[in-house]
Design a protein around this ligand. Structure first.
Ligand code: PRX
Length: 650
């Protein structure tokens, strides 16, 4: 072992875990040497309608990228998440919901009830003309009906496209358009931290902005009871629609490779990409990782704090836990409302066994000292988890001490929207922990580090993180744009999937993710394309040019740092800076609000006109001595001006 602090596997997990050290080694070995045999066996954890005869048909070759798993088998995801559990668990809680308002009415939904609710909504969707293969857009609060809606789509073979409730009408309309959705499911309002978000109003605006899609039906859940405008030809209430439906809805037989859902994520260029996940592989991957990474046992309460609008919510609030017949916790609110003790009180109230959250949430609580756990018992916890961004060791230790009482391991899980589920992570019974490291690959995962020339690096080293072979939960394509899929992920390194992340591997073979190496920001664990923010900015009349980079931020991990060149008839002012921040907020959503705006007369460009972002990143991060070679700039003098401007802006 190297000299970093190491937290060995605890006695509890050494004796009780599903996977111990030896089992991990032998299963991992097997999964790499005989992936077909390994995954064929693991696929038995799903209920198939028609068994598959082929396990894997994959090519990462640039001229023929295709990824297919179990592609002559058929199944239904909703049947796997609900129906097959009914015999044993119809009275067991499937979803526990805690409202934003503490002390407000909570809800416990059993598998039996989940079955009825999903079936009725599925019939309701059918009555509106939704058919197998149609894309239905969901723009929902964190309420059980969001999960019902996802599963109702899955039940009838429709494809869900969930859009995070924090995105703006503009962003929503782009996603409705791209998916060609004719049906949108939403709510009057969402509630978060005592505030409301006007979801229905946003949908109305988004629908009017759509250029391609003709939205025919908007199903609206009455949640806060707020007054909302209603278009009698287009809108219907959720409760009225499901109220008249039968509780019997046969499941649609789906091919393993039929699309289960589309989820948009930011890339380094262009508009957000519609990441396509299919039915069999995705479900298998989320189920197996949920069981082994979290050492999940039925009966335990599993709490993943992500919103269902993100992949983490898809995989570890809904599909993974429900595929395993588990009890999944859904929390509508935020960690600091009504105060910072809320999360620990929820853990105590529901005897949560596993709490899986984001480093940014941990850092914001850590800033409050002991308050977040004051008076809490927390003895129900056996395991903690993090996801979304690198966790700094200080935050790791605080989480381990304060929430885990020094007893609960933390699984730092590395994965992406594109990977569907966890790929690099400790297993609590098998892996000694090092704070800040996502540690070792999961079964079937073949990570490698590459140098800039495309050579694979051996031993303890750093490089671009790639995956050399497929795993069942891998995204299959970008909706409507397979060329972009190939270009984005398979053109940097021949024959490998490029993650966009850099990583270090230490002498123990542990991986340490260092962050994105492309123009993607990670703000509070949320992905944000610099190009998206830039194009929002240049759409403002005053802006001639904008360049967006990340800067270090104590709580968010990364902040959004913007260099703006104004048009000649505009001049810098605090009001204009405020206006531009508001503008981006409105164009994309609050998560894209710039942290710093720096006025810049010129940007560092090469003679061919390309902006050298490396220099802008270094200036935004106060690393003036690491600007590197600036001699290739068309005008090297802009650098001094930018450094001066940075001192004023920051
Ligand atoms: O940079 C990595 C970071 O988040 C990116 C993926 O973002 P997204 O698709 O939004 O999915 C987030 C939730 C799965 C990755 O490319 N990331 C995710 N998990 C970790 C991480 N960075 C370091 N450590 C992690 N555990």
């Amino acid at each position: 072992m190297s000299d970093e602090a190491v937290y060995p596997v605890t006695d509890h997990f050494r004796n009780k875990a599903l996977v111990d050290r030896d089992t991990y080694e032998s299963m991992y070995q097997r999964s790499i040497e005989d992936p077909e045999g390994f995954w064929a066996e693991q696929a038995k954890r799903l209920d198939w309608i028609k068994p598959f005869s082929r396990v894997k048909d994959v090519s990462f070759a640039r001229n023929d990228v295709h990824i297919r798993w179990f592609d002559d088998g058929t199944l239904n995801a909703a049947a796997n998440c609900i129906d097959r559990h009914l015999e044993q668990r119809s009275g067991q809680p499937a979803i526990i919901w805690e409202p934003d308002e503490e002390g407000g009415e909570n809800r416990v939904i059993t598998y039996g009830e989940l079955h009825r609710e999903v079936s009725k909504l599925a019939n309701g969707l059918k009555s509106l003309g939704v058919r197998k293969g149609d894309i239905v857009t969901l723009y929902m609060p964190m309420v059980p009906e969001a999960a019902y809606a996802m599963l109702a789509c899955a039940r009838i073979g429709a494809i869900h496209s969930v859009v995070f409730g924090g995105f703006s009408p503009e962003a929503l309309s782009g996603r409705i358009d791209d998916g060609g959705s004719r049906v949108v499911i939403t709510s009057d309002e969402a509630k978060r931290g005592g505030k409301t978000v006007p979801l229905k109003q946003n949908v109305d605006e988004a629908v009017s902005l759509c250029r391609e899609s003709k939205v025919e039906s908007v199903i609206t859940l009455k949640h806060t009871g707020a007054d909302v405008s209603f278009d009698a030809n287009r809108d219907c209430w959720y409760h009225e629609l499901v109220g008249k439906q039968s509780e019997d809805c046969p499941v649609e037989e789906m091919n393993a490779e039929d699309t289960l859902f589309v989820l948009y994520t930011s890339g380094s260029t262009g508009k957000p990409k519609g990441v396509v996940h299919t039915t069999g592989g995705y479900l298998l991957h989320t189920a197996i990782t949920h069981e082994y990474v979290f050492d999940y046992r039925p009966g335990e309460v599993f709490w993943c704090s992500a919103d269902v609008g993100w992949i983490t919510g898809h995989s570890y609030v809904v599909y993974g836990p429900l595929a395993n017949g588990g009890t999944t916790m859904m929390f509508e609110g935020v960690p600091n409302y009504p105060d910072v003790g809320r999360l620990s009180r929820i853990i105590d109230k529901y005897k949560v066994a596993t709490f899986y959250t984001a480093p940014t949430a941990i850092r914001s609580l850590m800033a409050e000292g002991d308050k977040p756990v004051a008076g809490a018992d927390l003895s129900s916890l056996k395991l903690l988890g993090t996801v979304g961004e690198p966790i700094n060791p200080e935050a790791w230790r605080w989480f381990h001490q304060k929430f885990g009482k020094g007893q609960c391991p933390i699984v730092d899980t590395w994965w992406q929207t594109e990977t569907g589920g966890i790929l690099i992570s400790p297993l609590p019974g098998a892996t000694d922990l090092k704070p800040g490291s996502a540690t070792k690959p999961f079964f079937g995962v073949k990570p490698a580090l590459m140098d800039a020339e495309g050579n694979e690096l051996e031993g303890a080293t750093s490089g671009g993180l790639v995956l050399k072979d497929s795993w069942p939960g891998q995204m299959r394509t970008i909706l409507h744009n397979h060329d972009r899929f190939v270009e984005t992920y398979f053109s940097t390194y021949e024959g490998a999937y490029f993650t966009g992340d850099g990583a270090r591997r230490d002498e123990d073979g542990y991986y340490w993710i260092t962050g994105r190496v492309d123009d993607v920001l990670n703000v509070s664990g949320h992905r944000m394309g610099t190009a998206e923010v830039e194009s929002a900015l240049v759409a403002h009349d005053a802006v001639a040019e904008a360049a967006v980079v990340g800067c270090p931020h104590e709580i968010k991990g990364q902040g959004i740092y913007v260099y703006v060149t104004l048009n000649q008839d505009s001049s810098p002012s605090d009001e204009l800076a405020k206006e531009l921040k508001q503008w981006v907020r409105k164009e994309i959503g609050p998560i894209a609000t710039p942290d710093v705006i720096q006025w810049a007369d010129g940007l560092p460009k090469t003679r061919s006109g390309k902006i050298m972002r490396r220099i802008l990143r270094k200036i935004a991060s106060d690393e003036f001595d690491q600007l590197g070679d600036t001699s290739t700039l068309a005008d090297p003098n802009v650098v001094d001006d930018l450094i001066e401007g940075h001192r004023v802006a920051a």
